[in-house]
Design a protein around this ligand. Structure first.
Ligand SMILES: [Zn+2]
Length: 524
């Protein structure tokens, strides 16, 4: 038989076995047809993989390409495909691009990206999936439904508890979305339009998610001083509802909170032992990428964007906010502005520099920045610990996610800085595996492929075996690594030789081109 693609003599990390093995892989019609000794087989394209690792395409369980709108602007997702990612899951942290009960719903993504120029002409998840399927997608896409998006579509700009009737409407919209292929629901409990959801509402949504065998992906209410109660809250929701819980971009922010790690992990471990289906994704970086207003005390932002500006301008509230900010041990001065679409001149500046320019304190500079950007500032903050990051990467319940979005290599010229994880998460993780020996290659690949697929309910991807969809990555273990930096994130990763999506070469390093986009909209 003649294969479409034959990968010869690679060292196969199949996402299943505990030891890599040497084999050939035959691909035809978008599927892996055969794995083993295929000497004598013919193929339209042969990829020699001597000395290289061959792994299932990486699955990114925590991707923001939708809420940053790059999914629509740059559907080729070059920054993701060139790091070996072949499937992304979007719709996280409470927000998604569907369903949209009213135009108000889309405002849930405004904290990340301006909506100016966005061409969004759908309402239901089914319509969204259909329209997106006509986009030239570089990787496969699966979607969650954002709880804040649905809520905001119904409640508008009001920040309050939903009524029983409204909860019923929220659930109806979620069920319709599940029927149309959405793989679960996300909560963003820290954000203005969800902080007021009642426990009853959250449990009720989680129960419905569990009943349909879908996933619950949660951005915790706190990743700092209240991380332990924040974990307990979502674990209770998972336990009461029976939902499969993914904690998004798990981390502990701020040096004074690092000591909570042990207690936090013990909350997770004990829940797992009790039978709660809990796991978390983590990225291999010690700098977070955050919406600036979330540094304010909760009362100051729970009324939404207008309320933030009112509080900043009201003398008494401003004093209370400043007192709160200076009581936080976090080093506010080192925070630097990544994007501020309404005020691009601030990009790349630290709060310390802005404070010096304005001859005010860093706390004042933070409030002035929120005002100057109409609260639309996104920042980098070096507030995470390398040691905690490594512990989380190694934890048996962790999987690797970018918490980033797809870009191309020229995006920088007009849009400011993005986190290097958008370009380098997977290669950077693999370089840590090689250089710091934090785990075996086999274990590392499982955390990016088969384990992710199992946790997210993806049946036919994440493994190299006959009958699986042909999403395959070929990489060089000696040179794999990321070159993306905070100052210049727009750089291609090293060491990726080939990325195959649905049986067609999507990226080939040697030819240095990104091939035809062959991503599909997937469902569970
Ligand atoms: Zn989040």
């Amino acid at each position: 038989m003649t294969f479409d693609i034959l990968i010869r003599n690679g060292n196969v990390l199949d996402g299943i076995a505990d030891k890599a093995y040497s084999a050939d892989i035959g691909i035809s019609g978008g599927m892996i047809k055969s794995v083993g000794n295929l000497r004598g087989a013919r193929a339209v394209q042969t990829i020699p993989a001597d000395g290289l690792f061959v792994a299932p395409g990486f699955i990114d369980p925590q991707n923001h390409s939708d809420s940053y709108l790059t999914l629509l602007e740059i559907p080729s997702m070059d920054s993701l495909v060139t790091q070996g990612i072949t499937t992304i899951i979007v719709g996280h942290c409470g927000t998604s691009l569907a369903p949209l009960a009213s135009p108000e719903a889309l405002k849930s993504i405004q904290k990340w990206h301006s909506l100016v120029g966005a061409n969004i002409n759908w309402q239901t998840y089914a319509e969204y999936a259909k329209i997106l399927s006509h986009y030239p997608l570089g990787a496969n896409v699966m979607g969650l439904v954002g709880h804040a998006t649905v809520r905001r579509g119904l409640l508008g700009d009001q920040v309050r508890t939903a009524t029983v009737e409204e909860i019923a409407m929220i659930e109806k919209m979620l069920l319709d979305s599940f029927d149309a292929g959405a793989i679960g629901v996300s909560f963003g409990l820290v954000y203005a339009h969800e902080v007021n959801s009642s426990k009853q509402e959250l449990v009720s949504v989680a129960k419905m998610t569990a009943a349909r065998d879908k996933i619950l992906s949660v951005h915790l209410r706190s990743e700092g001083s209240a991380v332990v109660p924040a974990l307990q809250e979502v674990i209770e929701i998972a336990q009461e509802s029976g939902a499969s819980l993914k904690i998004s971009h798990f981390k502990i922010r701020g040096q004074k909170n690092y000591h909570y790690l042990e207690e936090a992990l013990s909350v997770i471990d004990r829940a797992y032992q009790r039978g709660v289906n809990v796991f978390f994704d983590v990225y291999p970086y010690t700098t977070s990428w955050t919406v600036l207003y979330t540094y304010l005390p909760k009362w100051a932002y729970e009324g939404g964007r207008k309320a933030i500006l009112q509080n900043i301008n009201d003398r008494t509230s401003r004093q209370k906010i400043l007192a709160h900010l200076s009581s936080q041990e976090s080093n506010l001065g080192s925070i630097f502005i990544a994007t501020s679409e309404t005020n691009p001149g601030l990009t790349g500046k630290t709060l310390a520099q802005i404070a010096a320019n304005q001859e005010v304190s860093v706390e004042e500079a933070l409030l002035n920045t929120l005002e100057a950007t109409a609260t639309h500032a996104i920042v980098f903050d070096r507030n995470l610990s390398e040691e905690i990051m490594t512990t989380l990467l190694k934890h048996p319940l962790s999987i690797i996610g970018t918490d980033g979005a797809g870009y191309d290599f020229s995006y920088s010229s007009f849009h400011g800085l993005v986190h290097p994880r958008c370009f380098g998460t997977m290669p950077r993780f693999l370089s840590l595996v090689r250089d710091k020996k934090i785990m075996s290659w086999e274990e590392a690949v499982k955390k990016m492929t088969s384990r992710t697929a199992d946790k997210m309910g993806i049946k036919n991807r994440g493994r190299i075996a006959a009958g699986m969809a042909a999403d395959v990555v070929v990489f060089d273990p000696h040179s794999i690594g990321s070159r993306a930096t905070y100052e210049n994130p727009y750089q291609q990763a090293d060491g990726l030789s080939y990325v195959i999506v649905n049986g067609r070469v999507s990226f080939a390093y040697r030819e240095s081109v990104v091939g035809v986009p062959t991503g599909l909209i997937l469902r569970t």
